[in-house]
Design a protein around this ligand. Structure first.
Ligand code: ARG
Length: 565
């Protein structure tokens, strides 16, 4: 907590004889600036002291020791208002950031509390859609946020590498597959085969039966099928990793659905022991009527296991392996029902930790107003999105700043930052329409706008070209805008915490837009580097700490902050 507030609470504790915790609970932030920074309402005391609250407010003012210079105080009706000394306040906050540097906002509260984040998790031989990109970007940011709060974090990519679609692929590949075509562009080609299977199966119904049979053989570990499956998986995974490389993302585990297929028996056993399953239309289900949920399908009549069953096994495995504090699933809201069922079944199995499994859901993504067809949402398009963004930035740089150093690196950082920020600048549960014009708008609420503001802060420091010191005359930066900027800087740690609590990187994105906005207004209104040495020195400290927080905030979103743009 800001030490000036601590001082006020201490004074109130002395004057009212209420406990520190009680004072803290009662202390308010007044609705209007002229009423001060904090207000203490005297209604509660009024009963105990048998005096009207406005009389009490005056008595408290008289009793308050203000010799620390941290604040002044005045009564206003039933409230005792507190006005922080602006220069003292600015001094405390700025010095703290200055000392902590990029560790500002970090903390150790998460130590020993492992967070699992299941994110990205694309499906092999199906499109890596823009929805998977949204999951990737949100999950990555959550990883960075929880790490900052001291949590051990495990990044899990729950690959969709198992399921009946592999039966279809095996059939299609053997029927129509051409090795040369496959080699040219494996992921695309597999998807083509998959699509063709569905087209042909409309008239040739025996295909579906064949696919089921091939998948069954695969589940039994038949050699040839397993060999082909491995090949499909490996090649697709390499393609995905190419995208992750572009984004600078890594995972700790790629244990996907196939991995859990062999761990299903335990689930079935536990379900049975708890007498949870019943047979319905020849399938094995857990009835969830009592909870207003449809039955949870555990095993189909052909004995094939299911996505849901594998998720039950995965949750149990993760609990056993990592003893998690929270296990997050960053998956689109289309799977809400799926996760409700999975978590409910875990709970019924007697796993109290089921309440620590959380579906971090997010809304649909449209691309330039179209809901993506599976086809255009293909992995290659996704890479195209990133490449196109980088290319657009390249063109902008060529036009506006052709002499920029390290052009290619900056184009990469800004092009990718633009796409990433676009995904994080909305509340995750909101649907999102991806539009180039907004994504790359340097003036609008965009990634490039934030990166540009950051580069401007760096450029001021180059211009000043002297070391920044925290021993400055704080009176010189105690004006209204500087104070406002400082308040935002003070809020950064709280913002990071809120983002973690709500699993919502958007909170940081929004904060950064505000921070950049207030700074840019300040920059427009105030000349920072002037003849006045003392004032310049103080303002440069403000510039410096603002840059640190902006950079750190961008980093938490998974966005690089270039020094020149
Ligand atoms: N592969 C799935 C899909 O694309 C997402 C998997 C999410 N994670 C999980 N444990 N179910 O729809």
């Amino acid at each position: 907590m800001n030490p000036l507030k601590t001082e006020i609470i201490k004074q109130l504790h002395l004057s009212t004889a209420l406990s520190v915790a009680e004072v803290e609970r009662l202390l308010e932030v007044p609705p209007r600036e002229e009423l001060g920074d904090y207000a203490f309402p005297c209604f509660t005391l009024s009963k105990a002291w048998r005096k009207p609250p406005n009389v009490i407010a005056q008595e408290l003012v008289a009793k308050t020791d203000t010799t620390s210079g941290a604040f002044s105080t005045a009564a206003a009706g039933p409230y005792q208002n507190f006005y922080l000394s602006k220069s003292k306040y600015v001094e405390t906050v700025l010095k703290e950031v200055f000392i902590k540097q990029h560790d500002y906002g970090s903390n150790t509260s998460g130590q020993g509390k492992t967070i699992i984040i299941d994110y990205s998790s694309p499906n092999i031989a199906k499109p890596f859609g823009i929805g998977h990109l949204r999951s990737t970007v949100i999950g990555q940011s959550l990883y960075l946020i929880f790490k900052k709060l001291g949590h051990p974090v495990v990044r899990v990519n729950h690959l969709g590498d198992w399921g009946t679609q592999f039966g279809k692929l095996l059939v299609a590949y053997r029927k129509w597959g051409k090795e040369e075509e496959y080699q040219k562009n494996p992921v695309n080609y597999l998807y083509e085969l998959y699509t063709r299977f569905h087209q042909e199966a409309e008239s040739a119904t025996q295909l579906e039966d064949q696919a089921r049979e091939e998948f069954r053989k695969l589940e039994l570990g038949e050699k040839e099928n397993t060999k082909l499956w491995r090949k499909f998986r490996e090649i697709s995974l390499n393609e995905f990793k190419r995208i992750y490389d572009i984004l600078g993302i890594e995972f700790d585990s790629y244990a996907g659905e196939a991995f859990y297929d062999s761990k299903i028996e335990v689930v079935l056993k536990e379900l049975e022991e708890n007498k949870l399953t019943e047979v319905s239309q020849e399938a094995l289900v857990v009835n969830l009527d009592k909870f207003n949920l449809p039955p949870c399908l555990i095993k189909k009549k052909d004995e094939a296991t299911l996505y849901t069953t594998r998720d039950l096994a995965a949750a149990m495995y993760r609990r056993q392996t990592y003893d998690f504090h929270k296990s997050l699933y960053v998956v689109g809201s289309a799977q809400q029902l799926h996760f409700q069922q999975v978590f409910k079944v875990l709970e019924l199995m007697g796993h109290a930790w089921a309440k620590d499994c959380i579906h971090v859901d997010f809304g649909w993504v449209k691309f330039e107003e179209q809901i993506l067809s599976t086809r255009s949402g293909h992995i290659l398009l996704l890479e195209d999105v990133l490449r196109r963004s980088i290319q657009l930035v390249r063109e902008i740089i060529a036009e506006k700043n052709p002499d920029l150093e390290e052009k290619e690196k900056v184009a990469n950082q800004v092009g990718i930052g633009a796409v990433v920020f676009a995904f994080l600048s909305r509340r995750r549960q909101k649907d999102f329409d991806f539009k180039w014009e907004e994504v790359l708008n340097f003036e609008g609420e965009s990634g490039p706008y934030l990166q540009y503001s950051h580069a401007r802060l760096c450029s001021l420091q180059r211009k000043y070209s002297r070391p920044i010191s925290s021993e400055v005359d704080f009176q010189k930066i105690a004006g209204r805008e500087e104070y406002q900027l400082t308040k935002l800087l003070e809020n950064f740690p709280e913002t990071v915490k809120n983002a973690a609590e709500q699993y919502e990187p958007h909170i940081i994105a929004n904060y950064l837009l505000k921070l950049a906005g207030v700074f840019n207004t300040y920059y427009q209104n105030v000349r920072i580097i002037t003849e006045d040495e003392t004032a310049t020195k103080a303002k440069m400290l403000l510039v410096y700490v603002t840059q640190i927080v902006l950079r750190e905030g961008l980093n938490l979103l998974g966005i690089k902050a270039p020094e020149k743009m």
